[in-house]
Structure formats: structure tokens, C-alpha cells
Write a protein that binds this ligand. Structure first.
Ligand code: HEM
Length: 202
């Protein structure tokens, strides 16, 4: 078996598999992956994620230093999400945009680089699933989906970006800047926090 230092991304996947599975089973996720999903469901989903991503990315991108950000190849997803919401609003200005999501309160605290990288793993990994969701929505909603900049954030670059992220994790571990167990704990905390918030917004 490989040590955590050699393949942190694999350890992260194993450690978070159960909570990922639980998130996929939440009503809001089952709705977005259903064959009867509507454009209103898609807009609601974006609005909910906007509430989650706004405080979380603000905390992460305030804490990260430029060198670590470049090495991990990460950047905020919120601008893409807001652009998708604007695009949807331009298509139709009905009550879809009056949804309130004020029940959400993140409890995430970024104490150190391990928490930071653990959280970034969750948001970066979500772009892998995002591609799957985008493909499904394209099939059902067709042109109504619009550009899906957020869900298909890295597009054709998805696997290259993920490889860079995984490689950087192992380098940072080898340089002893990261403690694998603490990164895993940070990822689990973030996943749990997102789970709680997503469970409340149905
Ligand atoms: C309907 C909801 C979701 C579906 C269907 C879904 C689906 C997927 C799929 C298919 C993958 C694997 C992609 C691949 O290996 O190429 C994946 C990975 C991942 N997803 Fe999701 N996902 C969902 C929601 C989420 C959410 C809400 C988050 C967190 C915000 C999340 C975080 C992750 C992470 C961190 C990975 C990477 C796992 C790894 O290390 O390989 N997912 N998802």
C-alpha cells in the first residue's frame, strides 16, 4: 500500500467517499440529476451554491499564498457561477430568482495550510462531478442550460488540471508543508459543512 505522502489524492478519495455518497443522495442533488429536472431547478441549484461558495472561497483565497495557488492550479469558481446566473436571468426574469437561501451558515474556519488544502480538494474535486452533472443537464435542458461555465469549469482541461492538483499535493507533502492526516481532516470538515448546508436548503 502506498503511503499517504505518495498519494494523498487517493487517501482523500477513500476518506471522503462515504460523505460524497451521502451528498449525492440529498434531495437537491437527486433533483438536479433527475430526468425531470427543470431550468428552475438549475437556477435554484446555482443560487444555493452561490450562498455556499461566497463565504468559503472568500476565506480560502484570502488565506492562500500566490506560490501555493499557482502550484495547485486553483482559482475561484464564483465568477463563473455568477456569470451563469446572469445568463439565466437574461433568458427569463420570472420568480426563479426570488429563492431565498438564508438558512445557510458556514462554520468553516481555515486555521492553517492543511485545512486550506483540504477545503480546496473538495471544491476542486467537485468540478469532476460538475462535468457529469453538466452533461446530464445538457441532455435534458438542451439550450436552456446556457454556457454552464461553473459546472463544466475546466472543460476539456478537467483531467489535466486534476493531475496538476494531485501532483502538487504530493510535492507539498514531500516538502513537509502538508500533513496528510490534517489535510484529510480539513477535507472531511468542509464536506460535512457543505452536507449540512445542502441538507437544509431543500
Ligand atoms: C449530484 C451531485 C454529485 C454528483 C452526481 C457527483 C459526481 C461525481 C463524480 C462522477 C465524480 C468522479 C469523477 C471522476 O472520477 O472523473 C465526483 C468526484 C468528486 N466530487 Fe462529486 N458529485 C456530486 C456532488 C458533489 C458535491 C456537492 C461535492 C462537494 C462540494 C463533490 C465533491 C467531489 C469531490 C471532492 C470529488 C473528487 C473525488 C476524488 O478524489 O476522486 N461532489 N463526483
Amino acid at each position: 500500500m502506498q503511503s499517504l505522502e505518495k498519494n494523498l489524492i487517493v487517501a482523500l478519495r477513500y476518506a471522503t467517499a462515504a460523505v460524497h455518497e451521502s451528498i449525492e443522495q440529498l434531495p437537491i442533488m437527486l433533483r438536479i440529476m433527475s430526468l425531470s429536472v427543470t431550468r428552475a431547478d438549475y437556477c435554484h441549484y446555482l443560487l444555493v451554491l452561490r450562498e455556499l461558495y461566497t463565504p468559503l472561497e472568500a476565506a480560502l483565497y484570502t488565506a492562500i499564498d500566490r506560490d501555493t495557488q499557482l502550484r495547485l492550479g486553483v482559482r475561484p469558481k464564483l465568477p463563473a457561477l455568477l456569470a451563469d446566473l446572469n445568463e439565466q436571468a437574461a433568458m427569463n426574469t420570472d420568480e426563479i430568482f426570488s429563492v431565498t437561501t438564508d438558512v445557510m451558515h458556514s462554520t468553516i474556519v481555515i486555521k492553517n495550510i492543511n485545512d486550506l488544502v483540504g477545503s480546496l480538494y473538495v471544491l476542486e474535486g467537485a468540478t469532476l462531478g460538475g462535468r457529469t452533472i453538466a452533461r446530464h443537464l445538457r441532455r435534458v435542458l438542451n439550450n436552456e442550460l446556457g454556457s454552464a461555465r461553473f459546472l463544466d469549469f475546466h472543460g476539456e482541461q478537467t483531467s489535466a488540471v486534476w493531475k496538476q492538483f494531485a501532483g502538487a499535493l504530493d510535492e507539498l507533502c514531500a516538502e513537509q508543508r502538508l500533513k496528510p492526516d490534517a489535510v484529510i481532516a480539513g477535507a472531511l470538515t468542509t464536506f460535512d459543512d457543505l452536507y449540512q448546508q445542502l441538507a437544509r436548503c431543500n
